[in-house]
Design a protein around this ligand. Structure first.
Ligand code: ADP
Length: 802
């Protein structure tokens, strides 16, 4: 609710509430401070008055005591008591009566004998009465003066009885002089006392019974309840005869009195007056009386409340006044707010023309200035808003278009990505297939990186080498199972795959994990990246140990068989020759014809067996190469000589050309002859009638091109060109294979074994040379043999070729 109030009302309300709180706090402070101070002041003042009052009471008692003592010590009193005769009695009575007449307070003056009997009295009714029950009698007999308030036995009136014993010269008690005086003197001293004006004052005896008070109703009432003992004592002394003593509310004070305290101050709650009071108890010295003052604090409280009421009145007036002044001041100070409101309303409804014109020269004026500036800026802003909105809209449209274009582009990309994904999945599938195929291939497949470190090996690797793919991965390819081979082998291998970047195919001997040597065919191919750099090598390896062993066994068998066949064939040859020469008698023409047939057939057989034997020796590698200085030209001419019948028969034109030849040229005579023999006989054999055979022998440098090849060293090259049947393209790669004969060769019905070129290749390979050819079917062929200018390579062995 407070929130909804106006600002002015809020401030005024706040000031008002603060002032009220402050006033309440001040009033409370004043109340407590003033209350305490006034109470203390009052107590101090009362204390003084009480002391005065006690003193005054004492003086009254003193006066009377002195009077009793004076009379009791008079000679005539003593004398009378010692010798009580009528004359003396009258004289004493006369004096007593004179005293009594001087002051009406003296109610009676009388003398008791030692038995307590009143011998004489100004009040005749006393005479002859027994007062031995009185305290003044017992006290007097004990030699002590006394004072007490008593109810008269005869008069039934209260009075103060002052007594004093009469002594003889020896100090013996002769009798007791008693004066009964009215209570007026003491009572009025109490009632009219200064202290009694505002407080209740009481004179109480040792029993706590009120014997005088400015509140008459308290007379003969005890402060608290009397004990049984006290009641009995009172009954015996007949002090108040049979008057019933009613207790007041001051039991506590009564109890304190019994302890014999002379002064006592205590705070009590007066149930009767319903007020808090301070009770002041003061003993009047040398008397059985106490002055009890009842100081009512209610009066003090009333005074304080009175002051407080006045104070609060002033404060209330102050609050009302200050609220009114504040209200006026605030109304004046906040009046410009109305203009601020109008201004703000104007702005919110789009009216920027309004300004706040203030001359207050305070913070509000500063705010007004700022707001005026703001309004002006807003006006400018508003005016330019349309143009800016249009500009922004254009920009947003452009951005939206761009975004749309981007969206289309992204969609296209996503489509491409989807396509790529599908392709990748297909590729992954293909790859998986390839992987499976490679993994389970029967040949060993090892992949190495460009540095030759194995990165993959398929299952068969373990079977062949004994090493698991895990063992091989991370190692240099082949190092685990390297035998090793001669260094040239590896040099050639690396040259082929790394420098020439071609596939290397070759036989290799390796060592299994268990130390066993095995033979394998290896094919190592480099794999390139897009830039043409080698990234991997793929090595395929097939264990051909078994085949090799079988081959060897076969070759050995062929060797053995050929060897065994040679003896009978030689015998046949020899005997046929003998028969033909007529050594065994004359033969008929027909017999001769048959024998010649046998001889030729046998001759062919011998050639074949020799060839087979040579081939088996080549295969077994048991042959020797013994290079010696060779006359190449002479050797060629010699072979041509051997072939002259065939050349003549076919009417071939043979030409030879010899360039500068190395001198000496080191070659194994037999083997080199075998090579030339085979090449020349083939050229003759596969060239039809009137054809040409050209033999060129020359020295060439490394890098020279010959027959579509480059020489890799300085060489002596023998080329044999013919215009014969040529070799069909599809069969050219098998020409150096053992027992291979081309189809056209077989059809031409020329004889042949298919072993010649195989031997040529074996010999040249073993000699460190090269043999190759170029050929075109039906046009002719050229066979090339290149041997290092240094000659054939020497080879140790056990057998020579025939
Ligand atoms: P062959 O005993 O059959 O001549 P070779 O080993 O000498 O055996 O030759 C193998 C095959 O090579 C021949 O059968 C023939 O097909 C072919 N050949 C060899 N030399 C020639 C050549 N000069 N012209 C045509 N074909 C040839």
């Amino acid at each position: 609710m407070f929130k909804k109030l106006k600002l002015k009302t809020k401030i005024i309300f706040s000031i008002f509430v603060s002032a009220v709180i402050l006033s309440i706090l001040t009033a409370a402070g004043v109340y407590f401070y003033l209350g305490n101070t006034l109470v203390n002041e009052k107590l101090k003042e009362t204390d003084k008055l009480i002391t005065e009052q006690v003193h005054e009471s004492r003086q009254i008692l003193d006066k009377n005591e002195v009077f009793v003592k004076t009379i009791a010590t008079q000679e005539y009193v003593k004398e009378y008591l010692q010798n009580p005769d009528e004359k003396k009695r009258l004289a004493v009575l006369k004096i007593f009566s004179d005293y009594a007449s001087t002051d009406p307070k003296y109610l009676s003056l009388y003398l008791l004998n030692t038995k307590g009997i009143a011998l004489l009295s100004t009040d005749p009714s006393f005479v002859g009465q027994d007062y031995s029950f009185r305290v003044y009698y017992t006290e007097g007999m004990a030699g002590r003066p006394s004072v007490d308030l008593l109810l008269g036995k005869m008069t039934n009136r209260f009075g103060y009885f002052f007594s004093h014993p009469v002594f003889d010269e020896k100090g013996k008690v002769l009798g007791i002089f008693v004066v009964k005086i009215t209570g007026d003197e003491i009572n009025s001293a109490i009632v009219e006392s200064e202290i009694g004006r505002i407080n209740t004052v009481m004179l109480v005896d040792k029993y706590g019974v009120v014997i005088a008070s400015n509140r008459p109703e308290r007379f003969l009432k005890s402060l608290g309840t009397l004990t049984i003992e006290e009641k009995r004592e009172l009954q015996v002394s007949k002090k108040f005869l049979n008057t019933e003593i009613v207790p007041l509310q001051y039991g506590e004070v009564q109890k304190a009195l019994r302890t014999g305290t002379s002064t006592l101050i205590m705070r009590v709650v007066d149930v009767e007056d319903n007020d808090t009071e301070i009770i002041h108890v003061d003993k009047i010295e040398d008397s059985p009386f106490y002055l009890v003052t009842e100081i009512r604090l209610g009066i003090v409280n009333n005074t304080v409340l009175h002051i407080l009421a006045i104070l609060l009145g002033f404060m209330l007036f102050g609050i009302v006044l200050s609220t009114a002044i504040n209200y006026w001041l605030l109304s004046t100070a906040l009046s410009p707010l109305k203009r601020f409101k109008e201004f703000a309303e104007g702005i919110s409804s789009g009216d920027f023309s309004k300004t706040i014109d203030l001359k207050t020269d305070d913070e509000l004026m500063d705010v007004a200035k700022t707001l005026n500036g703001m309004s002006k800026n807003l006006k400018d802003l508003y005016e330019n808003l349309g143009a800016r909105v249009e500009e922004q809209t254009q920009e947003i449209r452009k951005k939206a278009k761009d975004l749309n274009d981007q969206k289309v582009a992204i969609l296209n990309i996503l489509e491409d990505v989807e396509k790529e994904k599908r392709q990748s999945e297909a590729l992954a599938n293909d790859l998986e297939k390839f992987k499976q195929a490679v993994e389970n291939a029967s040949d060993q497949i090892v992949i190495a990186d460009a540095e030759g470190t194995v990165v993959y090996g398929n299952k068969i690797l373990e079977k062949i080498t004994g090493y698991t793919p895990e063992e091989a991965i991370g190692k240099k390819a082949g190092t685990l199972w390297k035998k090793p081979m001669p260094p040239e082998y590896y040099a050639h291998l690396w040259n082929t795959i790394k420098v020439q970047k071609k596939t290397f195919i070759g036989e290799i001997e390796n060592k299994r994990k268990n130390g066993e040597i095995y033979t394998a065919v290896i094919s190592i191919s480099p794999i390139f990246n897009k830039q043409g750099d080698i990234v991997y090598f793929v090595a395929l390896e097939r264990d051909i140990t078994k085949e090799k062993e079988i081959d060897k066994a076969k070759t050995e068998f062929v060797s053995l068989a050929s060897h065994q066949l040679r003896t009978p064939l030689s015998a046949i040859n020899w005997y046929t020759e003998m028969l033909l020469s007529g050594d065994a008698g004359k033969i008929t023409k027909e017999q001769k014809k048959f024998l010649e047939e046998v001889y030729r057939g046998n001759q062919r057989m011998v050639d074949l067996v020799n060839a087979l034997l040579n081939v088996s020796r080549l295969d077994l590698g048991t042959f020797i190469i013994e290079p010696t200085s060779t006359d190449v030209a002479g050797l060629i001419q010699s072979v041509l000589g051997e072939l002259r019948f065939e050349i003549k028969k076919r009417k071939l034109s043979v030409s030879t050309s010899f360039g500068t030849l190395p001198n000496p040229f080191l070659a194994d005579q037999k083997l080199f002859r075998m090579v030339i023999q085979n090449l020349l006989s083939n050229a003759v054999k596969y060239t039809s009638t009137k054809g040409t055979v050209t033999i060129v022998v020359d020295t060439h440098s490394k890098g020279d091109a010959l027959g579509e090849r480059f020489l890799d060293e300085d060489s002596l090259v023998v080329s044999v060109t013919d215009s014969g049947i040529g070799i069909p393209v599809g069969e050219q790669d098998k020409i150096f294979s053992k027992l291979f004969r081309a189809t056209n060769a077989r059809e031409s019905e020329t004889e042949g074994t298919g072993l010649g070129l195989y031997m040529v290749k074996s010999i040249i390979d073993e000699s460190g040379g090269k043999v190759w050819f170029i050929s075109e079917e039906k046009k002719g062929s050229t066979f090339y043999v290149a041997l290092s200018v240094d000659g054939m390579k020497k080879k140790e062995g056990s057998k020579k070729l025939d």
